[in-house]
Structure formats: C-alpha cells, structure tokens
Design a binder for this molecule. Structure first.
Ligand code: AHR
Length: 676
C-alpha cells in the first residue's frame, strides 16, 4: 500500500471512529428534519384510556423498603437477621466499650414467640469501684441502614423491650457515627421490680443537631445483665403518619399512580419457597413479626413494611392495590397442583384480610390494626414470571377457580403472555415484562399494534418495563427516551392495555442490586432518574381521552407522538396534551395542526411546553447533580392553526394547550340586526 493510500485508510478509520463516537455519545448534528403532526380534536375520533393505565410497581429490592420507603431507622431491630440459632451474628449492631467492660451475646429468651432471639448485655464495669465504666457508658449501637438521618428539631420515637434482674439506667441517644456528637438523648430509669419481666420502653427524642450518618446508642454505666429486644426508632414525621418516608412517597404521589403492584417481583417467589414473602408473617404488631431473609436480593427485612402497610400505602396514594402472591413456586422449587391447596387458602385468607368484614377471621385482624373499612383490593396476580414452569398452569387453575368462586369481582392476572395469541386458561389480565436496549424499547412502541382485538379479555398488564444494560447505565436520558416511545405506544394501544409500571422503582445507593431504577436515595437524599421524570409526562393520561393523530416525518423511525385531552380537576380546565419523542440525533421542526378546534379557543396563558433533554444522551442525574436531566417548562406561545415546535435532538416534549371554557355568548336578535 502506498503512503497516499495508507493516509486515506487512516482518514477513513478516523471518520468511522468519529461517527461511532457520535452515535454512542449522542453528539448532535445540525441537520434539521421536518415533520407534521395532525391531531383530530374530536373526542369521537379516539377512546377513553383506562383509568388504571399508569401506576407503580414496588418491589423489596435494593433496600427499597427496609432502609428506604419504610421509615424505620434501626436495621435488624429484633436481632433475628443472624438466624434462629444462637450465638448469632448481630450485624449491623456493634458494641461501645472494651471487652473487659462488657460482653454481648444472643440467646433465645425473647418474650416474642415468633422471634425468640434477644440480645444479652453483660456489663462488667460499674459507676464506681475497681472497674469503673467510662463516663459515656458502655453498650450497643445501631448504625441503621448506612447511617440514620437525624435532623435538628425533628422528633423520633424510640421503642425497645428490656428485662433485667437489677434496676436499670439506660441512656438512649442519637449520636454521630463515631459517637462523639450527641444529637439527642434521654434516660430510661426503671426499678428491678418493673423490669424483672420483659417491659416495653418508649421515649421521644428531639434532635438538637443534624447528621445524616447518625447511630442509635443504648448505653449504661451500671453493672448488671440486661436483655434487649425489638428496638425501633421512627421519625414522627412520616407520610400521613403511616410510617412511610415522606419525601419518597411525595415523589410517588406526584406521578399520580392509579395502582400499586407489590411486593415483587422475584421477592415474591424467593430462590427457595422457604424464603419467599408470606403475608401472614408480616401483619399484626411489628414486634411480633418474625422478619425474613429475602434470598433473591440477599438481605434481611424485619417486615415492618408488611402486607397491611402495602395496602395502606396504596390507599394513601389513591392507587388500587395489586397484590402479587406466591403460587407455590420459587426460582428453585415448586409445589405441585396436588399439594397446592394450602397455598390457595393462604391467598384466600390474604384477600379476606384486605377486604373481609371486620367480623371475619382475617378481616378482624385488619380492623385490629386500625383499618376496619375494607381496602379496595380488586386485582391479584398469581405468581411472578412463572408461566414457563412445569406446575404453573396446574397451580394457577386451582388459585383461579377458588378466587373466582369466592370473589368473582376480583381481576386475576396470569404470568403467561397473551399478546400474540389466545391463552389456554382463563384470566382477566396477562403480565408482560420487558427489559431491553433503548432502540428495542423505542421500536416496541408497536409491540401491541398487531395484537388481536377479538374479545375483550384478557387485557395486558405491562407490569415491568425498563431499558437496561449499557444504554441505561444507572439511569440515562437515552433509556428514558426509549421508554417514553414505548409508553406512547401503550397509550395508542390502550384499548387492549389496562396497566403499565416501570421497574424497579427504588434503589438505596448503598445496596444497588439492580440498575437502573426510577428513584435513587440514601439516608437523607433522593433524586429521580430521567426515567422517573419521563413518567411525569404520563401522569394525566390515565382516564383521559386519546385523540386520533397522524405523524408524517422524514425519519419516522425516530419520532413518535400521541395526543390526549384531559380535565384538570384542580382548576376544572380542559387541556390537549401532545407528547412527542425525538429519539434521533437531529433537530426536528414539527408543525402541529389540531383539526376541529378553533385556534381562538386555546388560551395563550396557561398553554405550556415541557421538555426533557440534556447535552449528552447518556447524561444521568446524581446526588451531586440531581436536576441535570429534568423536565423544563416554558410558556408555549406559537398557538395557531399550524403550531411550530422545534424538537431538540434526543428529547421528549409535551405541549399542553389550555382550552378556553365554553362561554356561549347570548346574542340578542336586535343586536344582530344592528350589526348587519
Ligand atoms: O424488576 C426486577 C426483577 O425483574 C423482578 O424482580 C422480576 O420480576 C424481573 O425479572
């Protein structure tokens, strides 16, 4: 090869490299494209989107609940995480003081029959004498879930159970992670006669300082033996006072979810049945719950966030609860249809707990927990991702028949995909899960276009969707755009799709088991990934009317749009919302025409344009830059017959047109004459 040719091939490879870089990092080109979106404003051209279309899927994964949504600050509050055999690991509890001053161990002396392990603390030092305790005392501390967020001026309720043969004087404090800064403290003093049997102690601590990496300390300077069990610390300020971490639920509430699917996912199945979530073990007084080790996501939960709390959370969010229960199948073992009846009974009991009369066996337990009114449980899912397993269909039918007979109004969800052909078993809805690349997800906007429309049942429940892998990173703009395209496809097919939810919802950044997730948090901060913000664009879609629309574009494979009309119940105004995803790297000049709507009937003030985009398509939010990729709203001024909108490369745009209220002008005949 001559040097000229060599130069040419180097140049060629350089250009190829640059092109590849541009593709993978989404570097923008200046090329403009044009497109035209024609929307038919007549509601008769479309149909009503199901009231339930967009909701949430909460799974106990990534410490989403324990150490997350559930505001309990103490991790391993009952000392059960180390297993039932003693001595056991008390992690993350640890000791304050030297070995010569105290010995800490576990035994099975708890007063709670379902969680027998208690902590025994032998204090060897005393207030005076040869072996004097350090002034700050000796004892135990709990660092919470990677640090407790203690905030100045806020009050926390600390509850624990103790017993001792001697009188006790215990300091209960919140302190910095090394114990040097005390943020709140109180003393529990009790005589031997009071604590000779297990007694409950309760104290309110008001913090005088702020530290997001605090710990709870239980210390003493008195010699003796004290047993501790079920130690809890909760902020008083929780969402609706129901124990949920406020800022996290507020993020959920702003998505206006219409349903809440819970508690998993694989969490429901377990690697092994013996470690699956069993609702009966998660209700009643928190102290009596045994807790369990979730062996799929590999961590212990005290089950403070139990079945009752999930139902309560759904109610607090104004969302329908969708309970996924175990169908006798885990990842590695299965009960067969001949022996599945006890599991069927367990599910029936769970339904009775949720909505049975307060006089019924299980309904009375719900009433005793403070909720005599039934919860609005109308949907249950039989298992999770189990369709392909040998016992699924056999087990499913046992559950289906029993539930359908006792609760004919309950909608039953199968794990088997009914999108491409009829199912061989009865169901009201079928589960559809998709985790894929951004390109695939965007093109899956058309996944349901060809699903047969014959018969009304079963409809689809896209209960888990997300862009994953290298396109998603820990939550990129690119992922959100792929998903936005997919959701527009779901809206457009919402005659056969009833529900959809992103997965997973939460990640505690200290225990990332699955990435990406919609909301990232630690003990004191939280932010939404672009996929979280993308969902905000669909908050008004459930129950709205989808309008017929046609998009003509020079690059139709990277543009998708939908239009809805919806009523804002806060201001009683009607809006038309047009959403467009520009998945490509070019700027698009879009002309929107709304046929059948007089442009004069749109209000200038109150009409807005909201855009989700960023400099680079792989941009993500982070604790340092939580608002790097968030929707930006501005007034939309180009109102007219043809509305020009510039769609930035890699962007999601929503145009909200505020329709003027209909104020018919009553014209007098004489006025007409006068004006002629
Ligand atoms: O969302 C994470 C996991 O993905 C869910 O537990 C499971 O249903 C799916 O495989």
């Amino acid at each position: 090869m001559g040097s000229y040719q060599a130069c040419l091939s180097v140049l060629f490879f350089l250009l190829c490299g640059l092109f590849a870089l541009r593709q993978s990092f989404g570097i923008r080109t200046d090329a403009n494209e044009t497109a035209h979106l024609s929307v038919n404003a007549s509601e008769a051209s479309g149909w009503k989107i199901p009231e339930t279309l967009f909701g949430l899927f909460f799974e106990e994964i990534n410490h989403a609940g324990a150490g997350g949504l559930w505001a309990e600050l103490v991790s391993n509050r009952g000392f059960e995480a180390g297993g039932p055999n003693v001595p056991s690991n008390i992690d993350p509890w640890s000791v304050i003081g030297e070995e010569s001053s105290l010995i800490v161990s576990t035994d099975r002396s708890s007063c709670f029959s379902r969680n027998k392990v208690a902590l025994r603390m032998d204090v060897l030092c005393d207030m005076e004498g040869v072996k004097t305790c350090p002034a700050r005392g000796v004892g135990i501390y709990n660092p919470g879930f990677w640090g407790m967020n203690i905030e100045r001026g806020k009050t926390y309720k600390v509850v624990f159970y103790i017993t001792s043969q001697d009188s006790v004087n215990i300091s209960v404090s919140f302190a910095s992670s090394d114990g040097s800064q005390i943020l709140a403290t109180a003393n529990i003093i009790a005589s031997a006669s009071v604590v000779s049997n297990w007694t409950k102690q309760e104290v309110l601590l008001k913090a005088t300082g702020t530290n997001p990496n605090s710990r709870l300390q239980l210390t003493t300077t008195r010699k003796g033996v004290i047993w501790f069990d079920q130690v809890s610390a909760m902020p008083l300020d929780t969402y609706m006072g129901h124990g949920f971490r406020k800022e996290l639920v507020e993020m959920l509430a702003s998505l206006k979810p219409r349903f809440l699917r819970f508690p998993g996912g694989c969490f429901v199945e377990g690697e092994w049945l013996r470690n699956a979530f069993r609702w009966r073990e998660t209700i009643g007084p928190w102290e009596e719950r045994p807790g369990h080790f979730g062996d799929v996501w590999m961590y212990w939960t005290d089950d403070g966030l139990g079945y009752f709390e999930f139902l309560q959370l759904s109610e607090d969010l104004g969302a329908l609860p969708i309970w996924v229960f175990n169908n006798g199948i885990s990842h590695n073992d299965q009960v067969n249809p001949a022996t599945v009846l006890p599991f069927v009974q367990e599910a029936l009991d769970g339904i009775e707990f949720a909505r049975g009369d307060p006089g019924s066996k299980w309904g009375s337990l719900r009433a005793a927990m403070g909720h005599p009114e039934p919860f609005d449980l109308k949907h249950v899912a039989i298992g999770n991702e189990d369709c392909w397993k040998s016992n699924y269909k056999g087990n499913y039918l046992k559950f289906y028949n029993a539930i359908n007979k006792t609760y004919p109004d309950i909608k039953i969800i199968t794990n088997c995909d009914g999108s491409s052909g009829p199912l061989d078993h009865p169901a009201d809805l079928y589960d559809f899960h998709v985790y894929t690349s951004a390109n695939n997800m965007f093109s899956m906007a058309h996944q349901f276009d060809h699903t047969p429309r014959t018969g009304s049942k079963p409809k689809a429940f896209v209960s888990e969707y997300a862009v994953t892998g290298s396109d998603a990173g820990s939550g990129s703009l690119l992922a959100a755009l792929g998903e936005a395209g997919f959701l527009i496809g779901l809206e457009r097919n919402s005659d056969i799709i009833d529900m959809a939810s992103y997965a997973p919802l939460f990640v505690n950044s200290n225990d990332r088991r699955w990435s990406p997730d919609a909301i990232v948090f630690n003990s004191w901060q939280q932010y939404g990934t672009p996929s979280y913000w993308m969902q905000q664009f669909f908050a008004e879609s459930s129950g709205a009317t989808i309008l017929s629309s046609t998009l003509q574009a020079s690059s139709p494979n990277s543009l998708i749009a939908s239009a809805i009309t919806w009523k804002n119940t806060n201001d009683n105004n009607n809006y038309i919302r047009v959403k467009i995803v520009n998945f490509g790297g070019n700027t698009v000049n879009l002309k929107i025409s709304v046929n059948g709507l007089d442009p004069n009937s749109i209000r200038l003030f109150g009409s807005t344009k909201t855009v989700l985009t960023s400099k680079y398509v792989m941009d993500e939010n982070s604790f340092r830059e939580p608002k790097k990729v968030v929707p930006i709203q501005s007034l939309f001024k180009n109102i007219g017959e043809n509305m020009d909108v510039v769609l930035a490369p890699h962007s999601f745009t929503s145009i909200d047109l505020l329709k003027k209220p209909y104020n018919p002008v009553i014209t007098q005949v004489s006025d007409v004459k006068a004006s002629v």
